[in-house]
Design a binder for this molecule. Sequence first.
Ligand code: FER
Length: 167
Amino acid sequence: MKSLEDFLGSHMIYTYENGWEYEIYIKNEDTIDYRIHSGMVGGRWVRDQKVNIVKLVDGVYKVSWTEPTGTDVSLNFMPNDKRMHGVIFFPKWVHEHPEITVRYQNDFIDLMEESREKYETYPKYVVPEFADITYIGNPGTNNEKVVSQAPYEGMTDDIRSGKLKFD
Ligand code: FER
């Protein structure tokens, strides 16, 4: 991987050093879909999140966005080294009531926006972690099949083994 074009359409699974397992699909130049397989908000999944994506240098990419929950995320991917580094900035309320965010967010945008007003934002809970990338595929851009069902136990193994396909 070298150019920004090379990165678009990538589908990756990675495990943070704190054990949290995440999956991201770089849908196009300003959109991602993702599933969270384990950790504080394991079970959460989201489609069509608008993000900023840039190439920092050849083969190194940064993806940044703010969620309807108020959570801010900035991720640096180094796919050629199978490594990434992410920083997640959780509002206080997501740390205290993670279960509210654990769902298919697209059907609950109002609940996220109500919760971020109802509960406390500060102090934020900051999680900076490196991760090992355990899967990289490229099912092409704007592929609606990649993230089209809820995460389940064993799903990431099914993706890595080729049991789950997206074409
Ligand atoms: C990630 C870290 C955090 C990620 C998504 C999030 C897709 C989102 C967190 C949240 O909304 O609570 O690596 O990748």
